[in-house]
Design a protein around this ligand. Structure first.
Ligand code: UD1
Ligand code: CA
Length: 498
């Protein structure tokens, strides 16, 4: 173990079934605040610098192993074939590293609120006390279901008693076992080998390691966590919701202390992996997930979800859903828009209401104000994409790209059938289906010429309000039809009646 290492190894117990979750997903893979429970435990233990990290897997092991490979490739999975208890699980882990010596952190995989400083303090206390087994504890309001810390008259820890094995007097104790321990590897190996199963659950309890060490006169210690919330486990969905709430409160408290305005903490959810700069403003109903980064002066919300998104300085995103997109400085999005991966808005660009974008680069100051789909597109600077424009990127087999130049004006309801290019400064006429490139400065028109069938309403819809309105207009115009040019064969105004 090197000087920077607080412990030689970390062992995470994650083989239990988690029956109380009533889930097809292994308990430790349930998520809160942007990580799995297991991910939170590994993140808290990581800075201790252990040379070896072992995760005991069993129930749902394939899923847990796959997850580990993705989030903590340096950790090693050790299989506990049968779930014979937490003591057995720790033993299986130590058997996998026979040469290991020094202090080992053993931690339940279902303790997502553990913090680095709590684990560091535990390891330091273990070293300072010269202890061979140090258990993390907490005073809690409601100790139901947790192991109780039994201390003697002098306050020295004597035993950890599981609730189902406790006497009434022991059940009244409010100091509980966190399921987090630092122990000397050799000592732990020895004591775990002698664990019995004469308890209510017939399991080898890791908690039973303490009493025999005390009886043998070995130095042990129990360290109270500063914040009792740290030690709370998570056994069912109600506890999962409660832990998620606590975790979120911590994240928001940190953000507010650092200078972020959070208008409504109760409806704002920020993953531990997201970052928000001071003087950003989060309106009610905001979720910031994954690697999302919000810069200073940006306004997000109300009612906006950002996933792996970047919102740069002074930008705003209102009532929108943004995945894997970059919203540049001063740019604005929403209300009611959907930005999908590969979208990148340059400075001061605008994506307005009811717009979907995907794999789209929108240039500086360019606007897509209303009701459009922009897929596989590159748009230059200062362009305006008229309402209801569709970038027709898919021919049923392959996706194709569209390029729009600088200062282009795309008329409303234009279909841009990719692959197609509209040159700098060009226009398209409203309602055009653009299938060929439009050269710079040209007007692309691709729609049928209009024809008006004069008098059609009075002939075909006589007696309707429309016919009356048309007749009134004609009489105001001096008895002549409002427009000439009958294309259905009859003479202009032939069947017109006053
Ligand atoms: C455990 C402690 C209890 C403590 C509580 C804190 C024991 C016997 N009791 O109770 O004193 O107050 O945590 O939350 O340890 N596991 C395995 N293999 C097994 C059994 C369990 O890997 O065969 C793992 C589980 O996945 C879990 C951890 O060990 O991460 C604890 O097991 P769990 O059943 O959750 O114990 P609790 O009843 O919560
Ligand atoms: Ca538990």
């Amino acid at each position: 173990m090197s000087a920077q290492q607080a412990v030689a190894a970390v062992v995470v117990l994650a083989a239990g079934q988690g029956t109380r979750m009533r889930s097809a997903t292994p308990k430790v893979l349930h998520e809160l605040g942007g990580r799995s429970m297991l991910g939170h435990v590994l993140a808290a233990a990581g800075p201790l610098g252990a040379g070896t990290t072992l995760v005991v897997v069993g129930s749902g092991r394939e899923a847990v192993e796959e997850h580990l490979a993705a989030v903590a490739p340096g950790a090693r999975a050790v299989v506990q074939a049968e779930q014979l208890g937490s003591g057995h699980a720790a033993r299986v882990a130590l058997d996998a590293v026979p040469g290991l010596e020094g202090p080992v952190l053993v931690v339940n995989g279902d303790a997502p609120l553990l913090r680095v400083q709590t684990l560091t303090a535990l390891a330091a206390a273990h070293a300072t006390a010269g202890s061979v087994f140090t258990v993390l504890t907490a005073e809690v309001e409601d100790p139901t279901g947790l192991g109780r810390i039994v201390r003697d008259e002098r306050g020295v820890p004597r035993a950890i008693v599981e609730e189902s094995d406790a006497t009434d007097a022991q059940r009244a104790i409010r100091e509980v076992n966190a399921g987090v321990y630092v122990a000397d590897a050799g000592t732990l190996r020895r004591v775990l080998a002698g664990l019995a199963t004469d308890n209510a659950q017939g399991e080898q309890y890791l908690t039973d390691a303490l009493a025999p060490l005390v009886e043998g006169g070995a130095p042990v210690a129990a360290v109270r966590a500063e914040d009792p919330a740290d030690v709370l486990g998570c056994n069912d969905r109600r506890e999962l919701a409660a832990r998620r709430r606590t975790l979120n409160d911590r994240v928001l408290d940190d953000l507010m202390r650092s200078g972020v305005t959070v208008v409504d903490p109760a409806t704002t959810w920020v993953d531990v992996t997201a970052t928000v700069a001071p003087d950003a403003l989060l309106e009610p109903g905001v979720q910031l997930r994954g690697t999302t980064a919000v810069a200073a002066g940006a306004v997000v919300g109300p009612d906006t979800t950002l996933v792996d998104a970047t919102v740069e300085e002074g930008a705003s995103v209102v009532r929108s859903h943004v995945l894997g997109a970059v919203v540049g400085p001063g740019a604005s999005v929403g209300p009611f828009s959907y930005l999908r991966p590969g979208t990148s808005l340059a400075a001061d660009a605008k994506v307005g209401a009811f717009v979907e974008t995907k794999n789209a680069r929108v240039g500086e100051g360019s606007k897509v104000p209303h009701l459009s789909y922009v897929g596989d597109a590159t748009i230059g600077r200062g362009a305006n994409i008229g309402a209801a424009t569709v970038f027709v990127n898919y021919d049923g087999v392959a996706k194709h790209s569209t390029t729009i130049g600088d200062e282009v004006r795309i008329g409303s309801d234009t279909m841009l059938v990719a692959p197609v290019t509209v040159g700098d400064g060009a226009y398209t006429a409203a309602g055009s289906v653009i299938t060929q490139d439009v050269p710079p400065g040209a007007m692309g028109v691709a729609r049928a010429a209009q024809r008006n069938v004069a008098g059609w309403v009075s002939r075909r819809r006589p007696g309707t309000a429309a016919a009356e309105a048309a007749a009134a207009a004609e009489s105001r115009a001096g008895g002549r039809p409002a427009a000439a040019g009958d294309e259905d064969g009859s003479a202009p105004g032939a069947d017109h009646e006053q």
